[in-house]
Design a protein around this ligand. Structure first.
Ligand code: SF4
Length: 375
């Protein structure tokens, strides 16, 4: 079987990690795995009991479990016993490749994203070739890992119906390179805002920000958060490929403004993994708002399945929004007509997340997943 093309979903040379600074987070309950025809067979021969940890096999690829407190090979000094005794090359491929082992198949291309369990740093200016997140280094490691053998067994990403895989990869590559060129030079919102195709989307962005009770940040000077957004945005977009191109941009800009509000709460400056996970947790609400004038696409039974949200104004607003969804009302208009009943940020967020999860469920076709353990 031929190898897939690679799309590295992060700008070249902006991400770096140093294992000795970490407490082996990747070795604590997130699994491991590799290729039975490569490094796993000798390990299973040397440690036959390892086979009892098998979770899933697809072709030559095997996922194995690790206990939450620490992999059975993890020593008290946070070194891997396999590496200590047999060298790094003997370790399971998923471990050797970490954190660059979050795979998403887009047609015949494999997108490779970093795993934000790792305390990655952002390097500005980027020194490609000198840091772990250098494209040439990651591409070589992915190829030699043999984790892409039989890549066609992996379910493909759910794409927006009017897009084909090749044009999506070309678009994502262009966006990633835009991030690489702009990092450290301009604010994220300015660079991403320029990428809009339809001016009407700018207006929808302002309406969505108002629904989130957010005022857009106006700044011409990039800061540390801008650098983080540029570094992680190409990876985040892999969770948004079922949306239209402009809706992906709106989601990112809403995410940026939402994180900036949360950063005011933070006792210390936000780091990339905090930003990534905050955005990831907010995605149902952000994706919902980014759909703009589309209908929600919920089934006719939506109102009957309304959840118990507590106080009467909240329950009533949910009922009216779901009723509007059943009638096919445009999303932003439907929300604008009903969210005035829910003035508090906490209630709005809970309601938007609830409805966003339902809309995600209805719109995202099954089949998209990231392979490998540690994900
Ligand atoms: S095999 Fe080694 S590197 Fe992999 S999870 Fe276990 S301790 Fe960590």
């Amino acid at each position: 079987m031929s190898e897939p093309a690679l799309y590295l979903a992060f700008p070249d040379g902006v991400l770096h990690y140093v294992c000795v600074e970490c407490d082996a987070r990747c070795c604590r309950g997130h699994g491991m795995g590799g290729n039975m025809n490569h490094e796993l067979r000798p390990l299973l021969t040397k440690y036959p009991a390892l086979g009892a940890l098998a979770l899933q096999r697809r072709g030559s690829l095997l996922d194995l479990a690790t206990p939450a407190g620490g992999c059975l090979f993890l020593q008290g000094d946070n070194w891997c016993r396999i590496e200590v005794q047999q060298g790094k090359a003997a370790k399971p491929a998923v471990c050797n490749l970490f954190p660059f082992n979050a795979f998403t198949r887009i047609g015949n291309t494999m997108a490779v994203a970093p795993h934000f369990l790792c305390p990655l740093r952002v390097q500005v200016p980027a020194p490609p070739g000198q840091v772990e997140g250098s494209h040439a280094r990651v591409a070589a490691a992915v190829r030699s890992s043999r984790l892409l053998d039989e890549f066609q067994l992996q379910a493909g990403a759910a794409l927006e119906p009017s897009e084909d895989a090749d044009s999506v990869v070309a678009r994502e590559t262009h966006f990633r390179d835009l991030c690489g060129a702009a990092i450290g030079r301009e604010p994220f919102a300015a660079a991403v805002g320029r990428a809009f195709v339809a001016p009407a989307r700018q207006e929808q962005l302002q309406r969505a920000l108002a629904l989130l009770l957010l005022a857009p940040r106006e700044s011409e000077t990039p800061d540390a958060l801008d650098a983080i957004f540029f570094a992680i945005a190409p990876s985040l977009r892999l969770k948004l490929l079922h949306l239209k191109s402009d809706a992906i941009l709106v989601t990112l800009l809403l995410a940026e403004q939402s994180v900036r509000r949360l950063a005011e709460l933070a006792a210390a400056p936000l780091v990339p993994q905090a930003v990534y996970h905050l955005i990831d947790s907010l995605l149902p609400a952000l994706r919902l708002l980014a759909l703009g004038d589309e209908p929600m696409g919920l089934p006719q039974s939506a109102v009957k399945e309304a959840s118990q949200m507590g106080e009467a104004p909240l329950v009533f607003a949910q009922f009216k929004i779901l009723r509007g969804a059943e009638e096919g009302r445009p999303i932003l208009l439907n929300l604008e007509e009903n969210l005035h009943r829910v003035p508090e940020l906490v209630d709005r967020t809970a309601l938007l997340m609830e409805i966003g999860r339902r809309v995600d469920q209805a719109r995202m076709k099954p089949g998209r997943r990231r392979r490998t353990a540690k994900s």
